[in-house]
Design a protein around this ligand. Structure first.
Ligand code: NAP
Ligand code: SF4
Length: 672
């Protein structure tokens, strides 16, 4: 059989060494870096990915000194005694036949502590701490700290370093005149502003020798007013190459920028054009990144000549065996990252360990272990939403005999999620579980419901109830009115919604429904998407921004309402909530907090807002006011004496999401 992805599996010659394939696991902070026994767990985490075929891994950011730490007590490599724990990582990865580079990251003004330093004393919008402007002595010492960190990394057995020069961290802060207002040798002219970056690369190269990997992550598109111009990006890349970098990786957008760059609503591979644009100007191999999550996409990028290599981080949380499955032509079995950020980045921002919505084992490799069972059981599963599918596939993989029923088909609420603009990636989760259940030998009985009586009369060792949730209908006068519909009616397309609509409930589902109703005029193609977010694909101005971003108002009048006085969407994910709010605001959706619902009648929805009564003259009122568990079956089996487990929404509907459902399913399957 011919090679399924010839470009992906073409070795990359770096002169002094060669990489077996064109995929890099990019840097991603997991939280394990900063915990007590974290490096041991990290070693298992990276080793599992290395065994899965990724041949070049970059660690999460490690600070070269105390002041560069992103948060107090985060990981740094500045003294010889710290080398030892890094050796665990490097040997684990080497034993699995791969290479690993350490990312050196100095936070600069993004540091969340009072010792923050930056080229100029300008506070960033994402840290409460105003940094001090560095003295020239501090600049010299910081460059030495980068070099020292690289030398120590070499002693720890790393195969190279990635010098983090993008995303708005310290080096990037020197490069942009917006954050560098110095008038000495390190500021002012472009040559002076890039000196910090080139000195770090050149002195590191001198210290580590010619045959060691130096990746430089270069901000190719700042997406920031007064960011770098395209000509400056090109000159910087050439200077970095001349200073001795082995590879240049693509950085897109500063962290403080309010334009999505990796979230699910970003079209796949939306930024590879930037890497492609730089390619003719340098000879060093270029790595591209952002929203790339399938082998097909990687192959396309490489075949088109847009980059020499592709970096992905989150897709390796979702599936450590991504590369191996691609190589074996089993891409349909990859557990695809859906770019939700829910299990990974949102957790890291809440100072929790990262994991993955679709793979709860991620970063928990040493605790959540899937072993073959020694005592196979016969298990009935009722309900094949995320919790039921996750349970059934893992339990069957372990050797249990699993018979799974669903009155409809597989997927449960995921079938609604896929219909929301920007959430189409859930199709991949459905595809993954369909195959996972089939491959594991789950006996699927779709379109069949099962009564408590039938279950009682069946010989089985355990019953797993994963019957999900139903919409909760609030007690509002007139809730039976024809205008009232549930979110299920709207998302499934069962009702045609009028031009003026009120949504009761501004939680995750309220936002989803508003997005669905508002986005019907929004561009879905990548070019249109870039334009809608104010990105100039011609790169005419500084930072790659359009002079005047497009405003795309929806033709519908939409009210999104909640009773709480807090800002709508406060419970949405930390890294994506602002995107949802900003998209809806841009579309003209009116979001009201502190609302009291009076009644619904032919006139519309009567509310009290800011102490005044008013009527929203709407065609429809969509109820998105939470859910209640579907527990009838479980209740009927309660006194049966059978071993009954409740998982997912049937167990607890409040704050239910796919992450909790899948985790609960896998955890139960691992121990049953
Ligand atoms: P939710 O996020 O808890 O929101 C329920 C909404 O209904 C709240 O805005 C609440 O606001 C309102 N509400 C609750 N009881 C009400 C009542 N009796 N009368 C009127 N309003 C009432 O639940 P959800 O939207 O159903 O979402 C379910 C889960 O799915 C959530 O945990 C969410 O994390 C997840 N999800 C997340 C996303 C996302 O992050 N993008 C998308 C979809 C789903 P007030 O009480 O203030 O009125
Ligand atoms: Fe991808 Fe979501 Fe998993 Fe993060 S949690 S790795 S974004 S699927």
């Amino acid at each position: 059989m011919s090679e399924p992805y010839p470009n992906l599996f073409k070795p990359l010659d770096l002169g002094f060494t060669s990489l077996e394939n064109r995929v890099m696991m990019g840097s991603m902070h997991t939280g394990l870096e900063d915990t007590r026994d974290g490096f041991e767990k990290l070693a298992d985490f990276y080793a599992e990915r290395a065994r899965g075929g990724v041949r070049l891994i970059v660690t999460g950011g490690i600070s070269p000194n105390l002041r560069g730490q992103l948060v107090p007590f985060s990981s740094r490599l500045s003294s010889p005694w710290q080398v030892h724990k890094h050796r665990r990582l490097t040997s684990a990865v080497h034993d699995a036949g791969s290479r690993i580079c350490m990312q050196i990251l100095h936070a600069g003004r993004y540091a969340m502590h009072p010792l923050a330093l930056a080229p100029s004393a300008i506070r960033s919008p994402i840290s409460p701490f105003k940094p001090r402007a560095m003295s020239s002595g501090q600049i010299e010492r910081t460059i030495n700290a980068y070099v020292n960190a690289a030398v120590l990394a070499q002693k720890a057995g790393y195969d190279g370093v990635e010098i983090m020069g993008s995303e708005g961290y310290l080096i990037n802060q020197f490069i942009c005149r917006r954050t560098n207002r110095r008038d000495d040798d390190w500021g002012g002219s472009f040559d002076n502003r890039i000196r910090f970056a080139t000195e770090i690369v050149a002195r590191t190269r001198q210290a580590v020798g010619a045959h060691w990997i130096i990746i430089y992550r270069l901000s190719m598109l700042d997406l920031l007013d007064d960011g770098s111009s395209w000509d400056e990006v090109v000159l910087l890349a050439q200077a970095i190459e001349a200073a001795g970098a082995t590879l240049i990786n693509t950085g897109i957008g500063w962290h403080e920028v309010r334009i999505p760059t990796i979230a699910a609503m970003v079209p796949r591979a939306a930024f590879t054009w930037v890497t492609a644009r730089l390619r003719p100007s340098v000879s060093v191999p270029l790595i591209t990144s952002n929203r790339i999550n399938t082998p097909q996409q990687i192959e396309q990028i490489l075949a088109a000549g847009d980059a020499d290599m592709v970096s992905m981080a989150r897709p390796f949380l979702a599936d450590p065996t991504f590369v191996e499955k691609a190589k074996q032509n089993r891409s349909s079995r990859i557990n695809t990252c859906i770019a939700c950020n829910q299990g990974c980045l949102d957790r890291v921002f809440r100072k929790q360990l990262a994991t993955c919505l679709v793979n709860p084992r991620a970063c928990h490799e040493t605790e959540l272990i899937i072993r073959q069972t020694r005592i196979p059981k016969k298990i009935i599963v009722v309900g094949l939403g995320p919790a039921g599918m996750a349970f059934a596939s893992v339990a069957a993989e372990r050797g249990h005999v699993v018979i799974a029923y669903d009155a409809a088909g597989i997927g449960g609420q995921l079938n609604l999620a896929v219909k929301i603009p920007g959430k189409g990636e859930f199709e991949e989760t459905l595809r993954y579980f369909r195959h996972a259940m089939e491959d594991a030998g789950v006996d699927l009985r779709l379109g069949q419901s099962l009564s408590a009586r039938q279950i009682r009369s069946t010989e089985t060792d355990a019953v797993v109830i994963a019957t999900g949730v139903s919409p909760q209908m609030p007690a509002i006068d007139g809730i039976e009115h024809d205008k009232v519909v549930s979110y299920v009616d709207v998302i499934s397309g069962r009702v045609v919604i009028g031009n003026c609509v009120a949504i009761i409930g501004a939680g995750g589902i309220g936002f989803d429904v508003a997005t669905l109703l508002a986005e019907q005029g929004w561009p879905q193609d990548p070019q249109g998407w870039l334009q809608a977010w104010g990105i100039d694909a011609q790169y005419r101005g500084r930072g790659g921004l359009l002079e005047r971003p497009q405003r795309i108002e929806t033709a519908r009048k939409i009210y999104l309402l909640q009773r709480k006085p807090s800002k709508p969407g406060a419970t949405l994910g930390k890294t994506t909530g602002w995107i949802h709010r900003s998209s809806l605001r841009n579309a003209g959706v009116e979001m009201l907090s502190g609302v009291k619902y009076e009644r619904i009648d032919d006139q519309g929805l009567h509310i009290v807002h800011e102490g005044k009564s008013c009527v929203l003259d709407v065609d429809h009122v969509v109820i998105c006011a939470g859910q209640i568990p579907n527990r009838h079956l479980a209740d009927e089996l309660a006194d049966s004496g059978m071993l009954v487990y409740l998982i997912g929404g049937a167990d607890k509907a409040v704050e239910l999401d796919a992450e909790r459902a899948i985790r609960q399913g896998v955890e139960l399957a691992a121990k049953i």
